[in-house]
Design a protein around this ligand. Structure first.
Ligand code: UD1
Ligand code: CA
Length: 459
């Protein structure tokens, strides 16, 4: 156990203003939740403790599932939410190791834009020999925030409710992020009272004039934005993806045709890739170099390799697209699919739990489920794997170099060898050996000049 830094995340509040069914730490932000971002920003810096209260079972279950190393010892139960000071006091009193840490950082669960750079800068500041450092920023409309009162004797924080009109004009505000020397925090947390307009125990009352505590003003206020309601959530979500886009453009050489209308949350996109509007990529996906993601493409938890071209409105989940492959437009890669190097999956093709080898082509209107298709295979239009018998799923295997004619079905389980030829319109339910030719359709019958018997004229 590192005994240098304990990180205490305040997550016990109700979040009433958010008007959501879930507790505030679990409010969704893209495909994650608010608290996930806060944990991610801080996890490499020290040991984490989450103060939980309102709907704590949900919050604790989520965090335990999503973040390695979290267990019962990392959650501190604050039974009644009597204020931020009370939350931290509860932590100090109920975690027997709390005093072993040289420093204690306190952050809120509702500030998902915080970065590890900001946290490191704050730690660097306190290590200069201060007892506490408070992260502050300037806000032209400071409503709702605690104000920073600076004087010759030091500084203190006044909550908006308790501030005079004059104090409310101050634009430097408390971000809610702090690092304390643990011994200082312990000494000052026990003496807090709730003689204020809110009747709460304020953590902010632990910093006072005349003590060895300093505010650190950060230029970029974006990192500190909190989420209290759905409007702020929408702004934070936008800032998060805009920040990502900017990093991708400036540091990774990714081109966006219209960054305001793209939604790329992954930072793993290679140089030379081009993102069209209305593209969604989650933070679990990896996109290689020189990839084109056309209009309306969605990529979730998937890997798209160098030079792949994903055409408009394709939807890719839990899958892999290898080098130079072409997908879409309007293709659907469902979980467990893999498209080989230089292969092609065309319009209205659905793949499910299927692999295609190299340079294989399924170009039009097909369903390929639970299949293993080799390399250099050509599958014609309107091909269907009949993989489901109503109870179980079965496999279709097609060997390298085979040609499958249009409008064919494979009734699984079935295996087609290498370099086979299946004639159009065939329903295949028996295995084929390498090199076999199969045709499975009714013989055509032609009756000369008989069509007029069947052509109905409107009366
Ligand atoms: C707090 C600060 C304010 C600062 C602002 C920044 C205090 C007294 N004020 O105000 O100076 O400008 O943050 O956003 O600290 N929580 C608990 N248990 C409690 C009370 C709160 O866990 O008993 C949690 C909440 O869930 C939330 C965080 O602490 O995540 C902050 O509480 P909140 O009531 O939102 O504080 P603010 O009024 O925003
Ligand atoms: Ca708040």
């Amino acid at each position: 156990m590192s005994t240098k830094l304990a990180i205490v995340i305040l997550a016990a509040g109700k979040g009433t203003r958010l008007k959501m069914q879930v507790p505030k730490p679990l409010a969704p932000l893209h495909t994650n939740t608010l608290v996930d971002y806060v944990i991610k920003a801080a996890e490499s810096m020290g040991d984490m403790f989450l103060i939980t209260g309102h709907q704590r079972e949900l919050v604790e279950a989520h965090v335990t599932k999503e973040h390695k190393g979290f267990g019962a010892k990392n959650f501190i139960h604050q039974k009644e939410q009597l204020g931020t000071g009370h939350a931290v006091k509860t932590y100090i009193e109920s975690n027997k190791d709390a005093l072993d840490y040289e420093y204690t950082m306190v952050m809120c669960a509702d500030t998902p834009l915080l970065t590890s750079d900001v946290l490191s800068a704050l730690l660097f500041e306190v290590e200069k020999g201060h007892d506490a450092v408070v992260a502050t920023f300037k806000e032209e409309q400071p409503k709702g925030y605690g104000r920073i009162l600076r004087s010759e004797k030091g500084f203190s924080i006044i909550e908006e409710k308790d501030a005079s009109d004059e104090q409310r004009k101050i634009t430097e505000v408390n971000s809610g992020l702090y690092i304390f020397k643990t011994s200082y925090l312990k000494e000052h947390i026990s003496g807090l009272d709730n003689n204020n307009k809110s009747g709460e125990f304020y953590l902010t009352d632990t910093v006072k004039e005349g003590f060895n505590v300093v505010p650190k003003l950060f230029e970029d206020k974006n990192s500190f934005m909190g989420v209290n309601d759905l409007y702020q959530l929408s702004i934070v979500e936008k800032r998060l993806k805009n920040r990502n886009h900017k990093t991708l453009m400036l540091e990774s050489g990714v081109r966006f045709l219209d960054p305001a209308h793209s939604y790329v949350y992954s930072l793993d996109v290679g140089e030379g890739s081009v993102i069209h509007p209305n593209v969604q990529v989650d933070d679990k996906s990896i996109i290689g170099k020189n990839v084109i993601l056309e209009m309306g493409v969605t990529v979730m938890n998937s890997k798209i390799e160098d030079g792949a071209h994903i055409k408009a409105n394709s939807f890719i989940v839990d899958s892999q697209v290898k080098e130079g492959a072409k997908i879409g437009p309007m293709a659907h890669l469902r979980p467990g699919s893999s498209v080989g190097k230089n292969s092609k999956v065309g319009n209205f093709v659905e793949l499910k739990k299927s692999t295609l080898g190299e340079s294989t082509s399924v170009s039009h209107l097909s369903y390929v489920g639970d299949a293993e298709v080799g390399s250099d295979v050509n599958i014609g239009c309107g091909f269907i794997t009949c993989n489901y018998d109503g109870a179980n799923k079965h496999k279709t295997i097609i060997g390298d170099g085979s040609f499958i004619g249009s409008d064919s079905q494979m009734i699984a389980p079935v295996k087609v060898g290498k370099e086979c030829y299946v004639a159009s319109g065939s329903t295949i339910n028996k295995d084929l050996e390498d090199g076999d030719f199969a045709i499975a359709r009714q013989k055509q019958v032609t009756k000369s000049a008989m069509a007029k018997r069947f052509i109905k004229k409107k009366s």
